[in-house]
Design a protein around this ligand. Structure first.
Ligand SMILES: Cc1cc2nc3c(=O)[nH]c(=O)nc-3n(C[C@H](O)[C@H](O)[C@H](O)COP(=O)(O)OP(=O)(O)OC[C@H]3O[C@@H](n4cnc5c(N)ncnc54)[C@H](O)[C@@H]3O)c2cc1C
Length: 392
């Protein structure tokens, strides 16, 4: 496709904004359609955790370039990338999680990731977190976090500077109308290509245009709590919960529900059970460590806090094989969705790869394993507890 092609991007989340900028930088005339406000979808609800600790080579390649770009953007405007190691651990008694952790660390090392396997003692020597319940942990060094809202603000500015036209306020529909694509909102506009980066709404948008995709939404939750925490990002594989440092103290999450919500009618308020569980998890993991709050019997004195600051829910997208859907679904129609909770941390790499693919000089930039056409779009699959999928 000619580099001055007219390209529409639907959705101004982290993925759509990055893609719109990367297309415009390469000379395309880009219009970005967003029905709410930029960042108003899942991106504004993300925890902003980033790492390259993956066992699959394609995931490593995408994550590595995303991390490099986050670092190069850090300091532009209000955007900052906070270098923070990523600790993933299995608790005493959870031999299955420990075995899976050991195996995945070995595979990460095959791909040259800076990841080490440590026991509770080594973990305690390095980080101010509770470790007396830890059987085994992995520590990934190439990791950090960023505020998704600051990323959105930065890319709105960058898009504007690169000449992207914003059309905000209406939900659009699209029609494959060879030789191009028509986008309908208040008026109809024609484009050489369209990139659907509409998050969990991508399924309906594309199905209505005759291009079904294998995507299901699921609900996840997070909260911010006031407390004094200057430790690493921690994923507890036994408890299936995570926390990371936050300017107010800690951001903690998971609360994934094994049911499929309606992407147009779901509850954005956090559930009471999630808030109670997540505060418990924070209390548990932040007690002890350097603060020395373990008593002589080895149990934990929770001490004061953490105090709930705010809590929320958001939607993530699942696919049958847990790989995302990135690439063409029809002539001139591209999708980028289905991130399994990794869409923020991958956005800087996906934008670049999609821009190259759309403008015609880099179809190979997108891993074949992400090709949305590997599914018919009518597959039966279940979103099961946690972030794993059961393909029955
Ligand atoms: C609680 C929680 C924590 C998370 N934590 C992390 C994390 O730590 N790290 C990580 O990488 N990911 C995390 N995620 C996942 C992350 O939020 C998503 O993967 C990512 O934001 C997806 O970005 P996106 O641009 O694809 O979609 P979105 O941000 O959802 O953007 C899609 C946009 O499309 C717009 N849109 C939809 N339909 C239309 C239409 N018809 N017309 C016009 N506009 C439309 C929507 O309004 C929306 O703004 C988390 C998610 C949740 C819920």
């Amino acid at each position: 496709m000619n580099e001055s092609a007219r390209v529409a991007v639907v959705g101004a989340g982290a993925v759509g904004l990055t893609t719109a900028f990367d297309l415009a930088e390469r000379g395309a005339r880009v219009t970005l359609f967003e029905r709410d406000a930029p960042g108003g979808g899942s991106t504004g609800r993300a925890a902003g955790i980033c790492y390259d600790a993956y066992a699959e080579d394609i995931d490593v390649a995408v994550a590595e370039s995303a991390m490099a770009r986050f670092r190069s953007l850090s300091g532009e405007g209000e955007f900052a990338f906070h270098e923070t190691p990523y600790v993933f651990l299995a608790r005493e008694g959870d031999d299955a999680a420990a075995a899976a952790l050991e195996e995945s660390v070995e595979r990460m090392r095959v791909h040259d990731r800076a990841v080490s396997l440590v026991d509770a003692g080594e973990l305690a020597d390095r980080f101010p977190i509770r470790t007396d319940d830890v059987l085994l942990a992995g520590v990934a060094e190439n990791a950090g976090w960023a505020d998704p809202a600051a990323y959105v603000d930065l890319f709105v500015e960058k898009c504007e500077a690169a000449g992207v036209e914003f059309r905000v306020g209406d939900a659009v529909t699209l029609r494959t109308d060879p030789p191009g694509v028509a986008i309908d909102d208040v008026v109809t506009a024609r484009f050489d290509a369209v990139v659907v980066a509409a998050g969990v709404h991508s399924r309906r948008l594309l199905a209505d245009a005759g291009h079904p995709i294998a995507l299901k939404p699921y609900r996840a939750q997070a909260l911010v709590a006031d407390c004094d925490y200057r430790g690493p990002t921690v994923y507890d594989a036994t408890d299936e919960s995570y926390l990371r440092p936050h300017p107010a103290g800690v951001l903690a999450g998971d609360g994934v529900e094994p049911v499929e919500p309606d992407p147009d009618d779901w509850d954005p308020t956090a559930d009471d059970w999630f808030v109670a569980d997540a505060l418990d998890a924070v209390r548990h993991r932040t007690a002890g460590g350097d603060a020395g709050a373990l008593d002589s019997a080895g149990s934990t004195d929770p001490g004061p806090g953490p105090e709930l600051d705010r809590a929320w829910a958001g939607l993530c997208g699942a696919t049958p094989d847990r790989n995302p859907l990135v690439g063409p679904v029809a002539e001139g129609v591209y999708v980028a969705a289905g991130w399994h909770g990794h869409g923020f941390m991958w956005a800087p790499a996906i934008g670049e790869r999609l821009a190259e693919a759309v403008l015609g000089d880099g179809q190979e930039a997108i891993p074949a394993a992400f090709d949305p056409r590997r599914f018919d779009g009518d597959e039966e699959f279940a979103v099961v507890e946690g972030m794993t999928l059961d393909g029955d």
